[in-house]
Write a protein that binds this ligand. Sequence first.
Ligand SMILES: Cc1cc2nc3c(=O)[nH]c(=O)nc-3n(C[C@H](O)[C@H](O)[C@H](O)COP(=O)(O)O)c2cc1C
Length: 243
Amino acid sequence: MPYFSLCCLLATMAAIVTAEKPYLLRLKFSTRPGDKSYSSRLVDEFTAHFIANNPGVEVRDSFIAPNNIPHLSYEEQEAGRVPEAKQSEEDQRHFKLASDLTGELIGASAVVIGTPMFNWGPPSALKAYVDRVVNVRTFQTPPVNLISGLPITLIIASGGPYSSDAPNSRPHMDFLRPYLKQVFTILGSSEDDLLFVNGDPTGPIDRGLLQESDASSGMSRARALLPAAAARIKRGDSGKSEL
Ligand SMILES: Cc1cc2nc3c(=O)[nH]c(=O)nc-3n(C[C@H](O)[C@H](O)[C@H](O)COP(=O)(O)O)c2cc1C
């Protein structure tokens, strides 16, 4: 075999061996045990639909439990602003967790995030995650849009009603959905890429006023959205989330 053809063959084989399998990235931010958390249970139900819709796609929980992501230290804040090519060895060490979380996010073919609302905004663990993935690699001028076309499903649980589909909703007190929309838009998501699945309000279920299975409960309304949400996956380089 001519030398050039052999090189091409070896390069192709190496690409096949190193190419990562497509994966669904799951991030759960509830502080409750899985079976007691509305948002985590909806993430699990989303996953079951996703597996049925996308056989062969790996399901991957983040390599670090989302509730274990530490607040940024001073050194980590500074390292997260130094362009990667200019980072010292020490910067690289301080940037590693942010870089690994960023790589895991931008490498995914679909993402599902389950989170409660805490005090009208994100729980601190979700904020700690955002403070890692918004960094010199992802947030630049002009924008680098590293996650454009990546379908992201945001499953939200809150005791009270804040989403547009909930009865007696108080959207003016909702700082969680606008916050998440802003963050992912800055990283490159389009309106089509982001899909909210609203599990609110959970309070009436906790108080025994509604059954989860009642058609008007937040959980029932959220469940109705899961099959379509879980059908979305980024394919190839079309740059668009596909159904
Ligand atoms: C610290 C804390 C703050 C909360 N803040 C709010 C809030 O601002 N609005 C609300 O409707 N529910 C609030 N809740 C209730 C939770 O959002 C609700 O119980 C939700 O179902 C929790 O999600 P999970 O079941 O997935 O853990 C709060 C709960 C806790 C523990």
